[in-house]
Design a binder for this molecule. Structure first.
Ligand SMILES: [Zn+2]
Length: 205
C-alpha cells in the first residue's frame, strides 16, 4: 500500500466524519436522572456507555470509586445509593472521557485501552498516538484527597465488629462512630493514618 493511498483514505474518512457530525468531538448526552428514595437513577446509563464505547461495568466501577458509594447496573439504568445532581454526574463522565477515552493528541474518542506489562496504554485509532493513561487530572486538582479537618459526604457501607460505621472513600477506609449501614452522612475527618480515616458525624441527610 502506498503512502498516497493512505493519505487518500485519511482524507476520505475525515470528510465522512465531517459530513456526519458538525463537531468531531464526542458529546456525552446529559444524564437522565431521577430520584427514588435516597437513590439516584441514571436512566440512560447504557446509552452513555455505548457512546463512550467502554464497558458499563468499568464505568460503574469508576463512578463508585469517585463518589465513594455503591452503584448497581439495572437493565439500561445505573442506580447510585445517594442523591447526586445531573451536573455532578456529568462532570464525572467528562473526567472519565479526559482520562480514559479521548486521545491526548487529537481528542478523538476512537481509542482503545491496551495493557502492556503493568501499564495501560491509550491507543488512538484516528491518529495512532499511544500514551500511558493519565489519572483523572481534574479530580486531582479540584478535589484533593482526604484531608484532616475537612468535611465530606459519605454513605456508610457496613458496620464493623465494634459497631462502628465503615465506608471507603477515594481509596481510604473511613471509620465513623455511630454510623449505621446505608446512612448518608456529612462527616469531618479527625485523623488519617495509613489509609484509614477516623471521622465524626456533622449531620445526617
Ligand atoms: Zn489521536
Amino acid at each position: 500500500m502506498s503512502d498516497n493511498y493512505e493519505d487518500l483514505l485519511k482524507k476520505a474518512s475525515g470528510m465522512l466524519a465531517k459530513s456526519n457530525t458538525s463537531d468531531s468531538r464526542l458529546k456525552i448526552p446529559e444524564p437522565d436522572v431521577i430520584f427514588e428514595g435516597k437513590s439516584t437513577i441514571i436512566r440512560n446509563f447504557l446509552d452513555i456507555t455505548d457512546l463512550i464505547n467502554r464497558e458499563p461495568q468499568v464505568i460503574a466501577k469508576y463512578l463508585m470509586k469517585e463518589f465513594g458509594i455503591g452503584v448497581t447496573i439495572n437493565g439500561r439504568r445505573l442506580i447510585i445509593n445517594r442523591k447526586l445532581s445531573a451536573s455532578q454526574i456529568s462532570k464525572k463522565f467528562s473526567q472519565y472521557m479526559d482520562s480514559y477515552v479521548k486521545c491526548y493528541e487529537c481528542g478523538s474518542p476512537d481509542t482503545v485501552i491496551q495493557r502492556v506489562g503493568r501499564i495501560d496504554l491509550l491507543t488512538c485509532k484516528a491518529c495512532g498516538a499511544q500514551h500511558p493513561i493519565k489519572l483523572t487530572r481534574d479530580s486531582k486538582s479540584n478535589e484533593a484527597d482526604l484531608e484532616e479537618g475537612k468535611q465530606y459526604n459519605i454513605t456508610i457501607n457496613e458496620v464493623g465488629k465494634s459497631g462502628e460505621g465503615r465506608t471507603s472513600y477515594k481509596g481510604y477506609s473511613i471509620i465513623v462512630a455511630g454510623g449505621k449501614k446505608g446512612e448518608n452522612l456529612r462527616v469531618v475527618i479527625k485523623k488519617i493514618r495509613n489509609g484509614t480515616a477516623i471521622a465524626e458525624i456533622v449531620s445526617k441527610s
